[in-house]
Write a protein that binds this ligand. Structure first.
Ligand SMILES: [Zn+2]
Length: 404
């Protein structure tokens, strides 16, 4: 018999809470999903508890935990993946940050965390890249849209510093100063140098001709850099070494490509896969079909379930789930394959942010339970029970062995 295979489909932020606009159902419950329901009916269901050490779950911690990498052991955060994705070669001792070009008013309140989803920020990046403050060099590189990768390079740096990004502008408008998160001299020094950089950059950015031109057109000025996810360089043991599976990653967004890359997975590029609701789902699922022949494990990431929920668009999230469901039928004839459909965390449409609600999961291809449809409520009664995200891979390996 041919070697068994594994498909992991992550619908980012899939889980949700009941919404009034959907008749008291969650977007997944309200969606018509005949193919997902079939996979649930013929497979096993359950709920996963997200791992998070910050105020709310993050995608990077969720993914690393899903793949079985404890973020206590490997405290690798967003900054690392963004800096890697921007193309900066990270060295030992560097502190990496994720940056957003954002807009602040005269009172330094955050008006927009993405400066109106600005793009083509090269002139602004050039104006602040390479700055040296107190012996620390700041490397800044474009990371798509309003995003930049930032690397602080110098002696005595620590990643143990707070975020400057207030994350959810509507709830917390005030800009945050960077503070050290421990009592070491290194953390104190890093926070102080970074604050100086952010102030200096603000002075440069607010008067930059590029921003003046934007203002004259009625567009938001990208006059501040909101930073988060400070991280040092950490080498992760490869997925292959850990589980023995050759693996590939199909994802539209840089963060998920970089997570796959950091785990040693082969990146599969798909034209038109961009993480938006209009992403090339057909291309992604076709790539999955092609590559499952070549690799033991295919990780396919779908982003828009999360971003639609973050926009508070519960109907959009429901419709997008239905759209993804139509492509799930591409998987129904895969033989001797474990198919896992789940998420990295739940994203609540009403709160417009990630939340700690348990994550629905289905595993098809090994065993069956009595659950007959795929929803948060139905998954509660599944055979997989409720378990910590970090335990997923050990379960998968267990089911995989039974297929052989
Ligand atoms: Zn996510």
């Amino acid at each position: 018999m041919a070697k068994p295979k594994i498909v992991l489909i992550i619908m980012d932020g899939l889980g949700d809470r009941p919404v009034k606009a959907l008749g008291g159902k969650t977007p997944l419950e309200a969606a018509s999903t005949p193919n997902l329901d079939l996979l649930a009916k013929e497979g096993m269901c359950g709920l996963m508890l997200p791992v998070y050490h910050t105020a709310i779950p993050t995608s990077e911690e969720g993914h690393l935990s899903l793949f079985g990498y404890s973020t206590e052991k490997y405290p690798i955060r967003r900054g690392y993946f963004t800096a890697m994705g921007s193309g900066i070669k990270i060295k030992k001792g560097d502190v990496c940050l994720r940056g957003n070009f954002g807009t602040v008013d005269e009172k330094m309140n955050v008006i927009d965390r993405r400066a109106g989803r600005i793009d083509r920020t090269q002139p602004l990046i050039e104006a602040i890249n390479g700055m040296v403050i107190d012996g620390v060099k700041f490397l800044v590189k474009y990371a798509g849209g309003h995003r930049v990768g930032i690397v602080m390079r110098g002696k005595n740096l620590s990643p143990n510093i707070s975020d400057g990004d207030p994350h959810y502008g509507k709830l917390q408008k005030g800009l945050r100063k960077i503070v050290p998160l421990d009592k070491t001299k290194k953390a104190k020094f890093t926070a102080s140098v970074l604050n100086k950089f952010l102030e200096k950059s603000h002075l440069i950015l607010k008067d930059h001709p590029f921003n003046k031109k934007r203002e004259s057109k009625g567009l938001l000025s990208a006059n501040y850099i909101l930073v988060r996810g400070a991280s040092s360089y950490i080498k992760l043991p490869s997925f292959k070494k850990r589980y023995g599976f050759s693996a590939c990653c199909i994802a539209g967004k840089v963060l998920y490509q970089q997570i796959g890359k950091a785990l040693g997975m082969k990146l599969i590029k798909v034209k038109g896969a961009d993480g938006s609701p209009k992403t090339n789902l057909k291309g992604k699922f076709s790539a999955l079909r092609r590559n499952i022949k070549k690799y033991d494990f295919v990780f396919l990431h779908i982003k828009a379930t999360d971003s639609l929920a973050e926009d508070g668009d519960c109907l959009g999230k429901k419709k997008f789930i239905e759209k993804v469901d139509r492509y799930m039928r591409f998987l129904l004839d895969l033989n001797n394959t474990l198919i896992i459909v789940t998420a990295d965390h739940s994203t609540c449409c009403q709160l417009r942010r990630h939340c700690s609600a348990p994550i629905p999961i289905l595993i098809y291809g090994a065993d069956k339970d009595k659950v007959s449809c795929f929803s948060e409520k139905a998954c509660k009664n599944g055979k997989l029970g409720t378990f910590c995200q970090l335990k997923l891979m050990s379960k998968v390996v267990c089911f995989y062995k039974k297929l052989r």
